[in-house]
Design a protein around this ligand. Sequence first.
Ligand code: ACM
Ligand code: ZN
Length: 517
Amino acid sequence: MKAKLLILSLLCLSFSARAEGPAIIPAPVRYSESAGYCSRPQKVKIEIGRRRFNKQLAALPDFARREAYRLSIKPKGIKIEALSEEGAFRARTTLEQLMAADDTLRCCSILDYPRFRHRGLMIDESRSFKGLDFLKKQVDAMAQIKLNVLHLHLTDAAGWRLQVPAYPALADSAAWRIGKSYFDWERAGYPFANAYVEGAYGGFYTAAELRELVSYAAERFVTVIPEIEMPGHSMEVNRVYPSIACVGPDGRPRSFAWDLCPGNEGTFELLRAVLDEVMDIFPSEFIHIGGDEAVMKDWKECVNCRRRMEEEGFSDVHELQGYLMRRVEGYLRSHGRRAIGWDEILDSGLSREAVIMSWRGISGGVRGSAAGRDVILSPSTHCYLNYYQDLIRKEPAACGELVSLRFCYGYEPIAPGMDESHILGLQGNLWCEYIPTPEHAEYMLYPRLFAIAETGWSPAEAKDFCGFRERAAELCGRFRERYYTTFDLDTESELARSGFQRFEQLEAYKQSNSSLR
Ligand code: ACM
Ligand code: ZN
């Protein structure tokens, strides 16, 4: 096995020694070098919307045309051509990366546009609250690597992170737990408090802060999509508004219930108030409404849920999830928005407008797209950036399998059985149960987020792991100079470097741990 790994690494080294092309991530669609260098600093000429460039790109889909650009670097000057400000912005990020990578700017021509329209990152702000400065810093990083969607997981059992004036207890209490880490809080029995209680951990975003983030991101052509979880992952709501929670057999509210109560009209009043606030703050076409991992246990016994089932003619509690999701999705649609949901919503009977986010592997993506639904791919196997990035024994505790840089980079979103025309793109997800600090979050993101960015932007046939790894190591260095924490690729184990997953990681762990042999 060792010999095989060594050969793989040497192969990578020999390829990378020959690797050509610009030192940028994501790799561009077309790159050609010409003789000479461009002295710096230079004035950059920008042409937007010229007929000739427009005609050259006529065959591209609209989203790609909007972001397309040509960057020409000649001894006497630099020129950017684009069809929109967004395209010109993408060109400038390429130029910035080229200038940062090398003191001498080699003459070249780059024609570039994205493969997918949705190239995203999800950050879980519930399990650990990282704050506005952290989010802005990640938006800066996303813009550099041409990612264009920040999906914010704003609510979950471990903390509600959005101030809603009509429901003040969400920010006053559901945003503050006792237990800095998620697991401290779990061990303590899920206590909530308020900001003034000693040992309280948490926080929330005001509307003004979120508006600031939305406009900061928009200036960098990143759209912020908020997520409000429902009906599962919602214990924090039941804890602070027990009057809308499911009712137990003893007639008392189940304030520790995991799911919202679809039988209580109060639930829908709260969701309407929350979504009104969300739509007021976030102009995004899409609003994420969760939908994953409802346990439905309390629904079986709750008098309100049972009444709802009887009225609606439901024979199974699973139908209550569809009932709630359909009402919420319809509400968003009536306001001109589209819902996104985790792939469980495939069974909720939502309108064709709703978008599937495939996380339990890619089967939701196959099923959804084949049924004519738009899909975003974030399979946990390849896109969960909270999973281990190297062997368990050398990494801070994480969850899931090994998603090494190589494994993450190897992900190809289009799979047999999918209708490609419905694949909007992909995103990396960062769940934060095991990630208590902003620095740790960055450590998990970089460089794997670079891999997501290249998969989302560059043509599949242009991808090459060895060249990418070299560029990723360089970009990590530049990120560290700008005070980002990154994983150090120089310390990556041979196993992770070679792209193994699952079983191999366990074996390596066992071998290094004699007590487990
Ligand atoms: C998920 O990871 N529960 C969407
Ligand atoms: Zn109920």
